[in-house]
Design a binder for this molecule. Structure first.
Ligand SMILES: Nc1nc2c(c(=O)[nH]1)N[C@H]1C(S)=C(S)[C@@H](COP(=O)(O)OP(=O)(O)OC[C@H]3O[C@@H](n4cnc5c(=O)[nH]c(N)nc54)[C@H](O)[C@@H]3O)O[C@H]1N2
Ligand SMILES: Nc1nc2c(c(=O)[nH]1)N[C@H]1C(S)=C(S)[C@@H](COP(=O)(O)OP(=O)(O)OC[C@H]3O[C@@H](n4cnc5c(=O)[nH]c(N)nc54)[C@H](O)[C@@H]3O)O[C@H]1N2
Ligand code: SF4
Ligand SMILES: [Mo]
Length: 668
């Protein structure tokens, strides 16, 4: 037995360092790496049995070709030669008949390490294929934050130890931020208050001193009313705001109209609660807003993120240790030169851009538009995770479409593939990892050989590039060579790191880099941009969300037991998560004669989805919440919640509006 350092590849704000015990060919045990400077060895319960995923009997171990109708899920094993031949023949046919715009690569967050997540770009750039706009997650939040703060780094969660008041705003931290969650629990024990502002507080209520339930998509109104109170009661740090921001005085005039009574009508939060929260917030020396992404996945999500960011500056907290905002860009990095992986220089045409949230439309043949004839999916399960599930399924059934999926398991998307290529797990590949929530970076070497005929994304793309006749030296390298090249050409985040950290990265492990200077405003004007002249509107204001006309607002909530489609192979986790539930407020349920545990159908113009009702006072009035991403085999009518989501994009960042849809429900 030997133990090696490795890193969790999944989509969390941390990149948790792991210790993997191996007999040489199998992983026998996984635990947290106590040397990890961020996690100190704490990992979630899901990854404590990572080996059950790696060695799952469900794993796809050979290339497969479709053996029945599209979507039926019947496949037969084939050789790599046959798989590669088939793919290259279909690609060349599409290139000849329709040109490179007919080929769409599609990937997102199955693996977050830098090489294996992004390496397909080099091949598809070389081919001239479509380029995917990857805004399936937190791009509205990112764009709204950037509109105010530019590249200024917000709080690294480790700095929350210095905060004295926490507002957890639209984050189901119990599921998604294990490490900050532990810190918050400790802070509360020391008497520091935690206020939760949520649309669904089912998981987090018992960890909070106060729960404020808000109508989905209206957090902007709440922030405006809080700023109104802060100003009216003389609690805003106007010296700081006049000195450090652009546009404060003009913005202040607009706040007159945004009274707590006005906000109550929009948000459902009582005016008195808004006033008291504002006073508490101002009384704290170093209040921290911990901002999730859920409250910005709306048509007005960019504006909401702008307003919450501005609110975080209103008491001058950014100038004090622990004060400000946590959950946006920490401002470190870039660590490595991503162009060395994605190779934009290999492209010789102008790419056709396809937004990831509009896959259903992209797959629809339309007059005057080059049809998509080849879809190449890796590290993603769009049938489970992207808007308009039925539209996507219909597109995938098109007999003229040729679909390849690199996967580890038979997902809802893989079932529609013409060819499936068997993918590796993180312990079977070498890569580097850039956490998105902390100032940290890591690298990990392959621990065990890939089982069966599995290949890493990098190896698959090199194989396909060569079969296409692309003789660029880039595709001759191994992932180890590429990692070496990345580390020996460090970008600003790694330049000047001490020798011991360079050694750690060479051998494998996680390092920490310095926290940002939170008052070094990295914006075009060198100040906090309350007014941003590059945007429309320049002045932040209240904007409505875009939900639609049904009476209940549908939101998606992450599950503690799974991570999007990750861990669906683990029966114990899936069983513990339970059936597909839809949480509904007690009064909304009573109005419809729905009791806890009833089978219900949620519906809108796009279709209907079966759920089990979970009646609770912990979801906002007028909202319904669906937990987790499921496999359609767990759905009573075969449909998943994204059936009910339209392809609408956010105001800033062209992002998902996952939570901005309306439905009604009835008993099944
Ligand atoms: N266990 C587990 N861990 C995960 C994930 C997972 O699925 N499971 N997902 C991973 C991924 S991909 C990401 S992006 C991160 C996300 O992690 P965070 O950025 O922390 O965001 P979420 O927890 O997804 O935030 C969703 C929360 O927003 C709430 N919400 C929705 N609309 C509103 C609103 O209008 N106002 C307010 N105040 N709240 C609202 C929802 O009820 C939900 O609790 O977590 C990652 N970690
Ligand atoms: N209803 C609903 N929809 C959601 C969300 C939600 O909470 N609810 N969350 C949204 C968010 S925040 C996000 S980030 C997206 C995520 O959406 P996706 O990026 O589609 O992520 P997953 O659904 O987890 O699918 C990832 C797939 O990648 C595979 N995979 C893992 N590692 C590798 C690898 O090394 N190589 C290859 N080829 N494949 C690999 C996994 O087996 C898995 O099937 O979903 C969004 N959609
Ligand atoms: S799933 Fe998230 S919390 Fe769990 S070990 Fe991986 S990165 Fe850490
Ligand atoms: Mo995400």
């Amino acid at each position: 037995m030997a133990t090696y350092k490795t890193i969790c590849p999944y989509d969390c704000p941390t990149t948790c360092g792991l210790l993997a015990e191996t007999s040489g060919h199998t992983i026998t045990k996984v635990k947290g790496d106590p040397d990890d400077p961020v996690t100190h060895g704490l990992i979630c319960h899901k990854m404590q049995r990572y080996e059950e995923s790696i060695h799952s009997p469900e794993r796809i171990l050979t290339p497969l070709k479709r053996a029945g109708d599209k979507g039926a899920g019947a496949f037969t094993p084939i050789s790599w030669d046959e798989a590669v031949d088939t793919i290259v023949t279909r690609w060349n046919r599409a290139l000849d008949e329709y040109g490179p715009d007919s080929i769409l690569p599609f990937y997102y967050s199955g693996v977050m390490s830098l090489i294996h997540r992004n390496c397909g770009d080099a091949l598809f750039n070389r081919m001239g294929a479509c380029s995917l706009i990857k805004t399936l997650c937190a791009s509205a939040k990112g764009a709204g934050y950037k509109a105010v703060m530019g590249k200024t780094g917000c709080l690294d969660p480790r700095e929350l130890a210095d905060s004295d008041f926490y507002i957890v705003w639209g984050s189901n931290m119990k599921a998604t931020r294990l490490h900050s969650m532990a810190d918050i629990v400790k802070a509360r024990k020391r008497g520091k208050p935690v206020v939760l502002i949520e649309a669904c507080a089912a998981d987090m209520a018992s960890y909070s001193d106060q729960v404020i339930l808000v109508t989905p998509g209206t957090d902007g109104a709440l922030a405006l009313a809080m700023m109104h109170v802060l100003l009216e009661e003389g609690l805003a740090d106007t010296d700081f705001l006049r000195r450090e921001t652009v546009g404060f005085d003009d913005f202040a005039k607009t706040l007159d109209a945004y009274t707590p009574d006005w906000a109550e009508g929009i948000t459902g939060v009582p005016a008195q609660t808004i006033i008291e929260l504002s006073r508490q917030y101002a009384a704290a020396k170093a209040p921290a807003i911990i901002l999730g992404s859920g409250n910005t996945r709306y048509a007005n999500g960019g504006m909401i993120a702008r307003l919450l960011t501005i609110l975080s500056t209103f008491t001058g907290a950014w100038g004090r240790p622990g004060g400000g905002l946590c959950g946006c860009s920490t401002g470190d990095g870039p660590y490595v030169d991503m162009d060395r992986i994605t190779r934009p220089d290999l492209r010789t045409n102008t790419a056709r851009k396809v937004n990831i949230n509009t896959l259903a439309s992209a797959l629809k043949d339309a007059e005057g538009v080059t049809p998509i004839r080849c879809l190449h999916v890796y590290a993603s399960n769009p049938v489970g995770s992207v808007a308009d599930q039925q539209g996507i399924r219909q597109g995938l059934l098109n007999p003229d479409l040729f679909t390849v999926v690199h996967e580890r398991f038979m997902t809802d998307t893989a079932r529609y593939a013409d060819i499936i290529l068997p993918a590796t797990f993180s312990v079977e590949q070498t890569d580097c990892y850039n956490s998105y929530g902390y100032c940290s970076f890591g690298s990990a070497h392959k621990v065990i050989p890939a089982p069966g005929e599995c290949k890493s994304n990098w190896n698959i793309f090199c194989l396909l590039a060569k079969a296409m006749g692309y003789d660029d030296a880039h595709f001759d390298r191994t992932e180890e060579h590429l990692l070496e090249e990345l580390l020996s050409n460090p970008m600003s985040g790694l330049q000047g790191i001490p020798k011991n950290q360079r050694e750690t990265l060479k051998n494998g492990g996680v390092i920490t880099t310095p926290f940002a200077d939170h008052t070094d405003w990295k914006t075009p004007t060198g100040k906090i941009e309350i007014v941003n002249t590059a945007l429309t509107p320049t002045m932040p204001c209240y904007q409505e969300n875009g939900g639609g006309h049904y009476p209940l607002r549908l939101i998606a909530v992450p599950s503690t037991e799974t991570l999007n489609s990750i861990f669906l192979e683990r029966d114990t986790l899936v069983e513990r998560r339970g059936e597909m539930t839809l949480a509904i407020h007690t009064e909304d349920a009573a109005q419809r004669d729905i009791a806890d545990g009833d089978s219900i159908l949620a519906f809108n113009d796009l279709g209907e989805v079966s759920f089990t009702a979970r009646v609770t006072p912990l979801v906002a009035r007028g909202a319904v919440a669906a937990v987790g991403v499921f496999d359609s085999r767990q759905s009573a009518n075969g449909n998943l919640v994204n059936t009910l989501h339209r392809e609408q994009l956010s105001d800033l960042g062209e992002a998902t509006t996952l939570n901005d849809h309306t439905v009604d429900i009835r008993k099944a």
